[in-house]
Structures are given as structure tokens and as C-alpha cells.
Design a protein around this ligand. Structure first.
Ligand SMILES: [Ca+2]
Length: 498
């Protein structure tokens, strides 16, 4: 163990020497000068309770969430997107190809991974109310665990759901709103006072989900919430580096609002994606029930353009944060995580522009983890869950294992991304306050019990798009039974009434 600064200062006084000084004082109180006694006491305490040295200091955590970011990124093989900063982070990170959220909607997903509990044990099935639900009355959320272990904790933007923060998690907590204005959708542009900068705005007709819309701005960029939060992140990383020098690590959570709807971004980002070059949504696979009609081709192209413009806009803000990581030389002592809180369907399955369903497109999304001394620039095909973040980050940072959490640390996969891994993921949806749907994701098969009662089985190794439902294929009866048993076991464990 390296010596602390105080130990080095006291290096000429050994533990025995210090104790003998105390003994001297005890026996001959007038023979030791008070200053010398104080010095000896300080040295003794520093030996018994050594302070952290820079080399021993726990790693920082930079935890970045991009709202509704799906895997439309070059590092996941989607070359249409222009995201040089995501790629820059991916080069330092393990890229998880099969990372599953526990619930494909904002607040239920975030409440789950921030508490480390499955949705059935958070009771958060919608987007309203405090994230400290009655079931989480006594829970220690992930940032609280870091705070209790000596970390400075801060959040910028949407980390818990909007208006659902848990303030006791943070030393600094900022939504990013200018003044008292609430700047999120649906009236974001108006409330930010950016109406005069709007050059085009459109809400798409038809289709299902949230109803894609876009707004192109020709000014006011600095007022946009992600730009503000990106700038604040740079400032807090600067502050964090200074705190590191004093022995205090940080846990900084940054929540970018885009690419969540409405797709509001400056023209320069739309300009990268000419509408006529945007591909139409993929056709195939089971359609989502309840969609009345497909979005027409022109609107579909505009919708994809708006989504990608906002992905690039987010990427630019991410780049500023990564620049600050470079400038402050924080990479060797900081774990950096980038995730989407869940995925997003881009007009597939009959015209669904949204999330809230159990297919891979919504349940599995971006996860990059860059950790000092771990693998980098590689993909990992193993199945992990978002509620694994909490135990994983605690282990990476040398914190005590958190109690009451239901995930599993995936640190072994950061060391060896192809390590053997016997783990499946569970993603659920509810109807009102009752669990309704459940997906079990294994390495080869995904089994879906949808909220409408339909059952599906996909061989995601042969059919990663989940186009061909094998649930009634007799050749896969045993696979179906095995996956159904996992679902039944899960429900018996997490949904049974005590
Ligand atoms: Ca979201």
C-alpha cells in the first residue's frame, strides 16, 4: 500500500516511535513539547486510519444517459449516423450488444437501474411520481451508495425521470432549466423562448407510438438544454479533477434529453441527413397491434431525419464532455458509461415510432463501458441487464457490495468480453399498475409474453431482427418450453403475492 501524504510527512516517525512518544508524554508530561505531542498524535492517527493517496483513490464515475437512444450508431453497424464522439468513446470501451433495460419506458427503466431493483420491486410502471416510490422507501439508490462511501455526487439533466428526482442522492442536482421554466416537451421551444428561430416544424400523421415530430432551429442553440448541461458537465469535471487532487472522487450523472421527441435541433444537424436519402422503415415481422395505418414515405423519411439529427446533436454535446475528460486527464481514473435508457422503434412493425414494447428494438439498446485497465474497443455478445449497473460500478470502484439489489456485476465481462456467462435478461411492461408483459432474453432465444396476450419466440442468433415467430413451430417446442419455464419462474419469484 502506498503511503498517504501525511504518512510521508511523518516518515521519520515510525508507528513504534509515535507510540513511544506518547508513552514518554504519559510518564513524563513535562518532557514533551505540546506541539511535538500533537505531531505524534496526528502521525499515529494517520497510520491507523491512512488517508487515500492519489494512486489509491477510488475511481470516479461519469454516467451518461441519452434519452431514447437506440443502437443507430456506427459502432453497432448503423453507418448512416454521424456520431464521431460516440465512436471515440467506443474505442475506449466495451460495447455491449445485448444489454437489456428492465422496462422500455423512461421512468420505470431509470428507477430500476438507479435502485438496482426489478420493476415489480420498485412499483414504478409509469412516468409520474417520485422515483422514491413507497416500495423504495428505505432503498439506497446508486448515487447514495457512492455518497455514503465518500464520493461527491452530482446530476445534470434527466437522470431520474423529469420531475421525479431523488434529491438526497446528490450534492448537486440540476435539471438544467433556465430560471423556473420547465423546458421539456411538449412546449420546449416555446418555453425556451426560441419560437422566432423555428424554420420548420411538423408533426407526422398516422403510425403509432408517440407521434414523431421535428422542429428545425436557425438559432438559439446555446439555450437548448443539452448544450447547457454539456457545459455544466465540463465545469463539474473541472471541479471534480480539483476534488480528486484533494482525495475526493466523484460520481457525475449527465442526462441528455435528445434524441427523445420532440426532435428539436439546429439546422446544421438536419443538414447532415438529406430527407431524400433516408431509408424507409424496415418492413417485416409481427406488427404491433393497434396501429391504424403506416406513416407515409415522405413523413417516414422526415421522422428518421429528425431522430438522427438529434442523435448527432447529442453526440456533439457528448464530445464536449469527452474533451473535458481529455483536458483534465481523467481517463486513467474514471469509469465512463454511456447508455440509452431504452431503445426506440423507428417506424418498423407497421409504423411504430416509440418504445414500450418488448422487441429487441425497444428492450435492448446502447451500452458502452470504458473502465481503466479493462478491455477497450471490443464488443460483448453476452446478455446483461441495466440493473447490473449498480453492483458493477460498486465493484469497479471498490465499494462494499450494495444490499437489496437484484442485478449481477458484469465486471468479468469488462476484463474478458467473451467470458462464459450464464445469464438471461428480463424486461417487463405493465397495464396500469399491474404487470402485464414479460420478455426473457437468452443468448440464442428471446421469449415474449406480450401485454396483449400473444406469445412469441425468436432465434435471435439466426434472426436478430425478430421477424419470424417460432412459438408455434413444433421443431422449437422444447426451446419454447425452456424459455417459458424461465418466465414462469420469474413470475413466481417476483409477482407472487406474499
Ligand atoms: Ca427515455
Amino acid at each position: 500500500m502506498a503511503m498517504s501524504r501525511l504518512e510521508r510527512d511523518c516518515s521519520k516517525v515510525s508507528f513504534i516511535d509515535a507510540r513511544s512518544l506518547l508513552n514518554d508524554h504519559t510518564m513524563t508530561s513535562f518532557s514533551v513539547h505540546p506541539t511535538r505531542l500533537l505531531f505524534a498524535l496526528v502521525c499515529l492517527i494517520s497510520v491507523i486510519y491512512p488517508q487515500s493517496d492519489a494512486a489509491e483513490q477510488k475511481p470516479n464515475v461519469l454516467f451518461i444517459i441519452a434519452d431514447d437512444l437506440t443502437k443507430t450508431l456506427p459502432c453497432y453497424g448503423y453507418s448512416l449516423a454521424q456520431t464521431p464522439n460516440v465512436e471515440r468513446l467506443a474505442a475506449r470501451a466495451v460495447r455491449f450488444d445485448r444489454a437489456y433495460c428492465q422496462y422500455p419506458v423512461c421512468s420505470p427503466s431509470r428507477t430500476s437501474f438507479m435502485s438496482g431493483r426489478r420493476p415489480e420491486h420498485t412499483g414504478m410502471y409509469g412516468n409520474s411520481g417520485s422515483s422514491r416510490t413507497p416500495l423504495l422507501k428505505d432503498a439506497v439508490f446508486m448515487p447514495q451508495h457512492f455518497s455514503a462511501n465518500g464520493y461527491f455526487t452530482a446530476r445534470l439533466g434527466k437522470v431520474f425521470h423529469i420531475g421525479s428526482d431523488v434529491p438526497e442522492c446528490w450534492d448537486v442536482t440540476e435539471e438544467g432549466s433556465p430560471g423556473t421554466k420547465i423546458v421539456y416537451q411538449p412546449q420546449e421551444v416555446e418555453k425556451l423562448g426560441l419560437t422566432s428561430f423555428v424554420t420548420a416544424s411538423h408533426r407526422l400523421k398516422g403510425g403509432g407510438g408517440e407521434g414523431a415530430s421535428y422542429t428545425i432551429l436557425n438559432g438559439g442553440k446555446d439555450q437548448l438544454i443539452d448544450v447547457r448541461n454539456g457545459q455544466r458537465a465540463v465545469e463539474l469535471l473541472d471541479q471534480g479533477a480539483k476534488q480528486n487532487a484533494q482525495g475526493k472522487p466523484f460520481f457525475l450523472a449527465v442526462g441528455f434529453r435528445r434524441p427523445h421527441l420532440p426532435h428539436v435541433a439546429p439546422f446544421e444537424f438536419f443538414d447532415r441527413y438529406p430527407a431524400e436519402k433516408m431509408p424507409l422503415p424496415e418492413k417485416g415481422g409481427p406488427k404491433i397491434s393497434g396501429i391504424k395505418s403506416d406513416v407515409n414515405a415522405e413523413d417516414s423519411r422526415e421522422a428518421l431525419r429528425g431522430y438522427l439529427a438529434c442523435v448527432s446533436f447529442m453526440d456533439e454535446q457528448l464530445g464536449r464532455v469527452l474533451d473535458a475528460m481529455d483536458a483534465q486527464k481523467l481517463w486513467d481514473n474514471t469509469v465512463v458509461v454511456l447508455l440509452g435508457d431504452h431503445g426506440f422503434l423507428l417506424g418498423s412493425r407497421g409504423g411504430w415510432w416509440g418504445k414500450g414494447v418488448l422487441y429487441n428494438e425497444a428492450a435492448s439498446t446502447t451500452l458502452l463501458v470504458a473502465a481503466p485497465g479493462k478491455a477497450k474497443g471490443v464488443g460483448c455478445a453476452r446478455v446483461v441487464e441495466f440493473l447490473d449497473f449498480y453492483p458493477t460500478l460498486a465493484e469497479l470502484c471498490g465499494l462494499p457490495a450494495p444490499t437489496g439489489v437484484e442485478g449481477k456485476s458484469f465486471v468479468p465481462l469488462l476484463t474478458k468480453p467473451d467470458a462464459p456467462w450464464d445469464h438471461v435478461a428480463y424486461t417487463m411492461v405493465a397495464k396500469g399498475d399491474k404487470p402485464a408483459g414479460l420478455a426473457v432474453s437468452g443468448e440464442r432465444f428471446r421469449y415474449l409474453e406480450n401485454a396483449d396476450g400473444s406469445v412469441e419466440l425468436f432465434d435471435v442468433q439466426a434472426d436478430p431482427r425478430e421477424w419470424k415467430n417460432l412459438a408455434s413451430d413444433s421443431a422449437h417446442a422444447a426451446d419454447l418450453a425452456a424459455m417459458k419455464k424461465l418466465a414462469d419462474d420469474y413470475k413466481a419469484k417476483f409477482r407472487s403475492t406474499p
